[in-house]
Design a protein around this ligand. Structure first.
Ligand code: ADP
Ligand code: MG
Ligand code: MG
Length: 214
């Protein structure tokens, strides 16, 4: 697959919104077990706002991919409460900033944008791998993307690798004890549950895989 353009990034945000809406109840149940039971609602609200912000006359038609992601990120920050709103908003804004004004995003540029998203989440939330957060899905996803790129995979192959690693990374949060966010208040009782933010991160990267596979 060749480079991706602004239309593909709009499609990504829309697909993420669809997957999040379809799984909102599951995300909320996961958060009810170790948090405050609002993650599905927060994500649904945030990605709906992001979709609205990038469609229908709000964005100039010639807006480059970076602008699409920055606009989506700003909408998420302004409309979503909780820890996840600022974290997802930062991820998208930082990814958008990394893309700059490029109209056609190749595999290397997309990898750099995902790396920038991870850096932004880490800086804001101060979580590292093993803390049972969205970083446990995003960090292995970025690593898998970069490994696939180094192996000569095309963009779709890199994204598939990233989405797969995000899903595995999310599953791997089950035995972890949370050290960041609300779940950390539970101490050892946070073990044995999937982290909701890691689960939603896997959905968002799965959405990207869906879009680039087409
Ligand atoms: P809140 O906990 O404020 O209700 P959400 O329920 O929407 O917000 O999001 C919870 C998710 O946010 C967690 O499952 C975790 O993945 C993520 N999270 C919380 N704190 C951090 C942090 N400091 N760094 C990275 N991710 C975090
Ligand atoms: Mg919550
Ligand atoms: Mg909350």
């Amino acid at each position: 697959m060749g480079p991706v353009n602004a239309e593909d990034f709009v499609a990504w945000v829309r697909r993420a919104a669809e997957l999040v809406a379809a799984d909102a109840d599951r995300l909320t149940r996961l958060d009810a077990a170790i948090g405050d039971g609002d993650h599905g609602h927060n994500m649904d609200r945030g990605f709906r706002a992001a979709t609205d912000a990038i469609s229908g006359g709000t964005l100039p038609e010639d807006a480059p991919p970076g602008k699409v992601l920055m606009t989506a990120g700003r909408a998420i920050v302004s409309k979503t409460g909780g820890a996840s709103g600022p974290l997802y908003g930062t991820a998208l804004r930082r990814a958008g900033k990394a893309l700059g004004d490029t109209a056609d995003v190749d595999a290397a540029a997309l990898g750099a944008a995902l790396r920038a998203a991870l850096d932004g989440v880490r800086e804001l939330g101060k979580a590292t791998e093993g803390d049972k957060t969205m970083v446990d899905a995003l960090a292995p996803a970025v690593a898998a993307y970069e490994a696939a790129l180094a192996d000569g995979s095309d963009l779709a192959g890199c994204v598939r690798a990233a989405a797969g690693a995000a899903g595995e990374g999310a599953e791997a949060t089950v035995p972890m004890q949370a050290r960041k966010g609300r779940a950390s208040y539970l101490g050892p009782r946070s073990t044995g549950h999937l982290d909701p933010g890691a689960a939603s991160t896997a959905l968002v990267l799965g959405a990207l895989a869906d879009v680039v596979a087409q």
